[in-house]
Design a protein around this ligand. Structure first.
Ligand code: BES
Ligand code: ZN
Length: 633
């Protein structure tokens, strides 16, 4: 009896052990249907025709898979894909017809595509096309481009939109290498987050290869009338012809940034670093697609004042693309590390003063966000089960994450912390990791060697609690202290706007000034007299500094936000024009939110949105539909 029980027990243990060995490589990802622990995609061979008239990609994806389980099917993520036919192969030469089922579709996750695999089959060829409304693609009419002559299409795969244009295991813990062949109209150029194998010929037939294993959210494609300009030995920029000169001038510090980052964190491992400047409907500031950062044209301010975005996307070549969040709840490992690195790069290239300003602006935004978020959304290791991962994209992963690393740096000293980060990037290179893996590595390689210092950083509070620890750093800027003094004098009426010594202010100083006076100028009251006073203040500032006409997108955004709050009507037309031409979520979301706070504002918002909606990216549409409770009015 005893021996029998022991036998059962051992057998149970053994089978648990072998299963967990086989499955050990996968972690639970609530945002994917895939089963990488049983069958894992390793490589993709993609082949598409880019059909602008139908607004679809049509072609094939060949998936090379690794099978741990010989019985389980391959499960992929899809969203709105038309699957025509599936074939399987054991040698990659001979393919035979296969079967597949598409499960029911979830609003956030899309639908699972299940493909049974015959014995020994390790390749699957899927014939498919995307749908015109694919969430990861935006098809632009010529009128929405700078050149106005040709159409444009670009992808945005992060967080879970790759599945709307590639049937694959769309979880960041699955990394793949890929090749692609892309056929386009002859006048257009295709670019991807990969090596370009087609040389300089513009013949409408382009080939690419990515030899380093990357998560699906980093697969990217852009097609348009693009020109290239070299910026350095391994850096360059692509943009439409009317923008290429401006872009090349604005981004001319890119090579310097790569060199500075290598000095801090070790070699750049991706070969080239190019930037693709997109049309203004691009819904983000930037996207760190490997070898080819995608960027909004709204960073082209003319004075390099917004190139922190390049530092940020470049930094992802270490934090994010090399060491990747395993699931979207670990997103702060990507973005918090990247904001920290971004500021170190800015300090190295533009000096400590610039870094201080950026960090102080970051802290200010974080505090504002903390005042408005629910507790559950203030946690770095956020629980996103059942939610859209794009909901996790607040200042928490970015700024709270960066502040946590700043706290570690200040506690353990810059040199030891730099060594720690270098070893972290090397240790986990080309892997996707969880927050727990990071914490374990942090303990072993930094905290445990100095318990006295470790006691000063409340790790669990940083990672698992809302708000900020009391000991959190509070970055300040001496330049900003002077700006605050000027703002105060002006607000007290001791200085006229025209006398504010703003001539030499940087964009960051302007932003700080506007945010500082905004808190004072905006009068949250219904008293007519106060409102008139607030609007008078706006008039005075505008007359002195022509802020309504500012060509700097960040300053214009800040000013327009204030204009809505203070009912400064002379800015109305500029606001409309801004919302009609720019689709960057970070700008348009707060503007629509501010408008929606009053009944008249809501009316205006709806009138503008009715016209602008068809020009926005599907991701931006989802966001603004929600802000305005849009139901097709
Ligand atoms: N990876 C992000 C963009 C992103 C995040 C896309 C989540 C989809 C889901 C990118 O690196 C980023 O953070 N961009 C910022 C700019 C940056 C300077 C803070 C943006 O777009 O505003
Ligand atoms: Zn980022």
């Amino acid at each position: 009896m005893n021996r029998f029980v022991t036998f059962i027990f051992c057998f149970g243990l053994l089978s648990t052990f072998t299963t967990s060995m086989a499955r050990a490589q996968a972690v639970q990802d609530f945002h994917s249907y895939a089963n990488p622990a049983a069958v894992r995609v390793r490589h993709l061979d993609l082949d598409w025709n880019v059909l602008f008239d139908q607004k679809i990609l049509k072609g094939t994806a060949v998936l090379t898979v690794q099978r741990v389980s010989q019985t389980e099917p391959l499960i992929l993520d899809t969203r709105d894909l038309q699957i025509e036919k599936v074939e399987t192969s054991v040698d990659g030469v001979v393919y035979s017809a296969g079967t597949f089922t598409v499960g029911s579709s979830d609003k956030i996750l899309g639908a699972p595509l299940t493909i049974p695999l015959p014995a020994k089959a390790n390749r699957v060829r899927i014939h498919y096309s995307t749908s015109p409304g694919a969430s990861g693609l935006q098809w632009l009419e010529p009128a929405q481009t700078a050149g106005k002559k040709d159409p444009f299409v670009f992808t945005q795969s992060e967080a879970i939109h790759a599945r709307s244009w590639i049937p694959t295991q769309d979880t960041p813990q699955v990394r793949v290498t890929y090749t692609a062949r892309v056929r386009t109209p002859r006048r257009l150029l295709a670019v991807m987050s990969a090596e370009n194998l087609s040389g300089t010929a513009r013949d409408g037939d382009y080939s690419f290869r990515m030899r380093q294993a990357i998560p699906s959210y980093l697969i990217a494609l852009g097609v348009g009338d693009l020109r290239f300009r070299s910026l350095g030995p391994r850096t360059g920029v692509y943009a439409e012809p009317p923008l290429i000169d401006l872009a090349a001038k604005e981004l001319s510090d890119t090579e310097k940034m790569v060199v500075a980052t290598e000095r801090l964190y070790g070699p750049y491992r991706w070969g080239r670093y190019d930037i693709l400047v997109l049309p203004p409907s691009f819904p983000y500031g930037g996207m760190e697609n490997p070898r080819l950062t995608f960027a909004t044209p709204t960073i082209l301010a003319g004075d390099k004042s917004l190139v922190s975005l390049v530092a940020h996307e470049l930094a992802h070549s270490w934090s994010g693309n090399l060491v990747t969040n395993a699931t979207w709840r670990d997103f702060w490992l990507n973005e918090g590390f990247t904001v920290y690195l971004e500021r170190r790069i800015l300090e190295a290239v533009y000096g400590r003063g610039r870094e201080e300003m950026e960090a102080a602006l970051g802290l200010r935004d974080l505090k504002e966000e903390l005042a408005n978020l629910e507790d559950r959304d203030e946690i770095l290791h956020i629980d996103l089960k059942g939610r859209d991962p794009d909901d996790g994209s607040t200042d928490i992963p970015y700024e709270k994450g960066a502040l946590f690393l700043r706290h570690l740096e200040q506690t353990f000293g810059r040199a030891p912390f730099d060594r720690f980060l270098q070893s972290y990037f090397n240790h986990f290179a080309f892997q996707s990791i969880t927050t727990d893996q990071f914490v374990a590595y942090l303990k072993q390689n930094l905290l445990d060697s100095n318990p006295a210092l470790a006691a000063k950083v409340p790790i669990d509070e940083w990672i698992n609690q809302p708000g900020l620890p009391a000991s959190a750093p509070q970055p300040t800027s001496t330049a900003f202290t002077r700006v605050e003094e000027q703002a105060r004098l002006w607000l007290r009426g001791e200085l006229t706007a025209a006398k504010i010594p703003a001539a030499a202010w940087t964009t960051q100083e302007w932003l700080h000034f506007l945010k500082t006076v905004q808190d004072e100028v905006s009068v949250p009251t219904s008293r007519e007299g106060d409102r008139v006073k607030a609007a008078d203040r706006m008039v005075e500032l505008d007359q002195a500094f022509h802020l309504t006409r500012s060509g700097n997108s960040e300053i214009a955004f800040q000013w327009l936000l204030m204009s809505i709050r203070n009912r400064y009507e002379p800015a109305n037309q500029r606001l409309e024009e801004f919302l009609m031409t720019i689709g960057r979520r970070k700008f348009i979301k707060p503007l629509y939110e501010e408008l929606a706070k009053t009944p008249e504002g809501k009316e205006r918002a709806l009138a503008i949105y009715r016209q602008a909606r068809p020009t926005y990216h599907p991701i931006a549409v989802t966001t603004i539909d929600d802000v305005l409770k849009w139901s097709g009015q």
